[in-house]
Design a protein around this ligand. Structure first.
Ligand code: CP
Ligand code: NVA
Length: 257
């Protein structure tokens, strides 16, 4: 488990999953290993392939996890990059299935930044047949390559800068922080740009009465989501967090079982 960024859920759930299976995991902070002193990703990947059964990597740049995968002879899992967070989406879709018992025909409203989690949710929705409705300020849309990929997968999506339009009749409302890891230098501007994109009780009023509210966490309460909504009856955020453990177990079995 190579981590270039902080983590609570991903790190702990992968570690517990391996322990529950009778396996062992090693947490490697990128600052402690030789990558920090300039050893190449290629050499790191080749070396670790001789010791381990898999690599889980949380990286600053998506290129790093791609290179790890290219030069390893063992499975490599993206545990979040600046571009995608696929493990999160496995747990999220498990949570949606538990509550809605289907994917087809559901409306998934993404409120906020067109970031890494949004990109993965967009692709996942395209694969599973959910309508994906993004509300973000102009300039914060998902990158064209992800929109193109979603289209190629047959995905149906819309982009608007009006949260109420996206939330209208939604089955799922999802939000994430306005300032992701790595975006800290833009914090002041982002807090201004996203001010009207809060998931609050008023916005929930536009969605279906049985809408579920999701957040990958960590949340900045009072910014992208209110306490009232996060702690309210529509919120499934802690089930979502717990499902990280179960989804990671499935992933480990699939790749290394
Ligand atoms: N949602 C998520 O990936 O949380 P952590 O950053 O705590 O791992
Ligand atoms: N978009 C957030 C997700 C954290 C799990 C980030 O990249 O910081």
């Amino acid at each position: 488990m190579i981590f270039e960024k902080n983590s609570t859920r991903t790190r702990v759930s992968f570690e517990v999953a391996m322990t529950d299976f009778g396996g062992h995991s090693l947490y490697l902070n990128s600052r402690d290993i030789q990558i920090e002193r300039g050893e190449t990703i290629e050499d790191t990947a080749r070396t670790l392939s001789g010791y381990l059964h898999g690599i889980i990597a949380r990286v600053l740049s998506h290129e790093t996890v791609k290179k790890l995968a290219e030069f390893s002879t063992i499975p490599v899992v993206n545990a979040l990059s600046d571009m995608e967070h696929p493990c999160q989406i496995l747990a999220d879709f498990m949570t949606i299935m538990e509550h809605k018992n289907r994917f087809e025909g559901l409306k998934f409203a993404w409120i906020g930044d067109g970031n890494n989690v949004c990109n993965s949710a967009l692709l996942g929705s395209a694969i599973m047949g959910m309508e994906f409705s993004i509300a973000c300020p102009k300039g914060y849309e998902p990158k064209t390559e992800f929109l193109e990929q979603a289209k190629a997968l047959g995905g149906k999506f819309t982009i608007t800068d009006d949260p109420k339009t996206a939330a209208k009749d939604a089955d799922i409302i999802y939000t994430d922080v306005w300032v992701s890891m790595g975006d800290e230098a833009e914090e002041e501007k982002r807090l201004r740009d996203f001010a009207s994109f809060q998931v609050n009780a008023e916005l929930l009023g536009d969605a279906k009465p049985d809408v579920i509210v999701m957040h990958c966490l960590p949340a900045r309460r009072g910014f992208e989501i209110t306490d009232e909504v996060m702690d309210g009856p529509n919120s499934v955020v802690y089930e979502e967090a717990e499902n990280r453990l179960h989804a990671h177990k499935a992933l480990i079995l699939k790749l290394m079982g």
